[in-house]
Every structure is written in structure tokens, then in C-alpha cells.
Design a protein around this ligand. Structure first.
Ligand code: DO4
Ligand code: MG
Length: 282
């Protein structure tokens, strides 16, 4: 089931055979999901006891990111071979290449803080590129919703906007390359499944400029080097998240080195059955 947050409340899209209906649920149900180890039956129960609404009640323009303001977003890095390669290349002159090679094979994954929920950009808002950077890319990432015990309870789509020149100049600049206003987008919904997403799930990106597609590519979940359990268990070591949290699982797609995003480009990331996260660049 897909759960959408909007300025008009929280809505669950319930699919039965070929029809879909919308049900409005309470904010407390969101919190309960992140405190449950068994979210699917819990959500079914909540849906059964909540009022159905018209689909026009979930206006596209009212959509918010699928996260509460107080929940955190973290990100895993160098979880795909393509990411390891690109980072080694961009940081070669800074002597940082070796770090990325080592972290790809190391037991401990790279995890970094990305955003607090209240700063996350939703499906109808704009992502930003830094004014002091000249080489910027979107990173399309399957994003895990983890409950208060570190278990995967659902999924969303993330865009880990990144300044490659800042990150490449010195790996110690990573937080500045990754964490700034408009650098983290999540959406369009929180997808709660009965089963884990299959390994062949496709992660696809398309970037448009003045109506033309200027870059597109795709990868699959099977290309991720680490298991979601492993990433979740490192994130929950010595850190607690009573309301649960979100973890971006890294990018397997990086545009060619001569590509940089520009203002007004439109980034669309699709992972079915979650949907498409589409954001223009401010
Ligand atoms: O180590 C730098 C960032 C890695 C990252 O964001 C990714 O691989 O997705
Ligand atoms: Mg990333």
C-alpha cells in the first residue's frame, strides 16, 4: 500500500483487483507504523477503521515528502561499483581515490547524515544546486524506511543531490557537498509491502532540459553490494531513532563527468511500485 502525506492529511491508496480507493488516516498511525515490526497488517487494520475519501482530496499540488519533520534521513555511500569508480576518479588529484576503493570492500559501510525531515523536499517542490559549486548531479536512490528497531518496514525514492567538485576536492568536504537546503528529496509516497522488494527492481532516472531528455539510465537493486539488514544494523549501532528513520541506499547511476545540472532541469526517478519522484531544479 502507498501512503501519501499532504497538506490535507495522510492518505493510503488501497488497491483491490483493478480499482484503487483512498483512505484518510490519523497522524498517530504514521508513528505507530514506525514502532511496529509488522506494519502491513497494522495498516490493513487502520485502513478498515478509517473513512474513505474522494481521490480529489489528495491534490497533487498539496503533496508533502513522506516523512515527519522530526525524523532523520541518513545515506549510505559507495554501495555500487559505479559509485566507487566515479568517486575515485573525481578525487584522484586530492589523493582521496584510495578511500573509496577501501570503503567499497570494508566491513563497515560509509553512512552519513543527510537531512532532518523538516528540510526534505517533497514531490512538488524544487531541489537546489549550491551557488558555490560548478559540478552538480542528482543521485537516484532506493530509500529504506526503518522502524524504531532498525527493521525495514517500507520504501520510498530519494534524490541525494551532490556537488561533485566540492566532494572531489577533499573527502573531508563531504558534508558540504551533500547537506544544504534543497539537497534531499523524498517521495512520492511511503510504500509498505507485504514482501521485500525483489532484487530485479529497477531504479531509473531521466533528466530533462527545456523539454528534451538529456540523460537517462537505470540499474537494479541486485547491483547493491550490501544487504539492507547490514546497512540498517550499522545505522542503529550507538544511535537510536524512536520514531524510526530513512536510509538512502546509495547510487548506482552517475552521469558522465562532463555533465552538470542546471537551474530548471527536471529530474525524474522511477522505482515501481513506489512511483516517480519528479523535481525541478530551482
Ligand atoms: O562518498 C561519497 C558519497 C557516496 C554516495 O552518496 C553514494 O554512493 O551514493
Ligand atoms: Mg548518494
Amino acid at each position: 500500500m502507498r501512503i501519501f502525506r499532504s497538506t490535507r492529511g495522510i492518505f493510503v491508496e488501497v488497491e483491490t483487483n483493478s480499482s484503487k480507493r483512498l483512505v484518510k488516516i490519523e497522524e498517530s498511525a504514521w508513528t505507530a507504523l514506525f514502532q511496529s515490526s509488522n506494519p502491513y497488517p497494522l495498516l490493513e487494520h487502520v485502513v478498515d477503521s478509517s473513512p474513505g475519501v474522494r481521490s480529489s482530496d489528495l491534490e497533487p499540488t498539496s503533496m508533502l515528502p513522506p516523512i515527519r519533520g522530526t525524523q532523520e534521513v541518513w545515506a549510505a555511500g559507495v554501495t555500487y561499483f559505479r559509485s566507487r569508480d566515479a568517486r575515485m576518479e573525481e578525487s584522484e588529484s586530492a589523493g582521496g581515490g584510495d578511500f573509496y576503493d577501501r570503503v567499497y570492500d570494508a566491513e563497515r559501510p560509509e553512512l552519513f547524515f543527510k537531512s532532518l525531515g523538516h528540510k526534505v523536499v517533497g514531490p512538488v517542490s524544487k531541489v537546489r544546486i549550491r551557488q558555490d559549486s560548478e559540478w552538480n548531479v542528482p543521485e537516484p536512490e532506493l530509500t529504506l524506511a526503518l522502524n524504531a528497531y532498525g527493521e525495514v518496514i517500507g520504501y520510498t525514492i530519494g534524490n541525494d543531490m551532490s556537488s561533485r567538485d566540492i566532494e572531489g576536492e577533499n573527502p573531508l568536504y563531504l558534508p558540504q557537498a551533500k547537506v544544504y537546503d534543497g539537497s534531499c528529496a523524498l517521495g512520492p509516497c511511503l510504500y509498505i509491502a507485504q514482501e521485500p522488494l525483489p532484487q530485479e527492481t529497477e531504479i531509473a532516472i531521466k533528466i530533462e532540459r527545456e523539454g528534451e531528455v538529456i540523460f537517462k539510465d537505470s540499474t537494479t537493486v541486485s547491483q547493491i553490494k550490501r544487504s539492507f539488514e547490514e546497512l540498517g544494523s550499522y545505522l542503529f549501532r550507538e544511535n537510536s531513532y524512536p520514531e524510526g528513520c530513512f536510509l538512502m541506499t546509495g547510487t548506482g547511476i552517475i552521469p558522465p563527468s562532463d555533465f552538470t545540472l542546471q537551474s530548471r532541469d527536471v529530474v525524474s526517478i522511477t522505482i515501481e511500485p513506489i512511483g516517480t519522484l519528479k523535481n525541478a531544479v530551482l
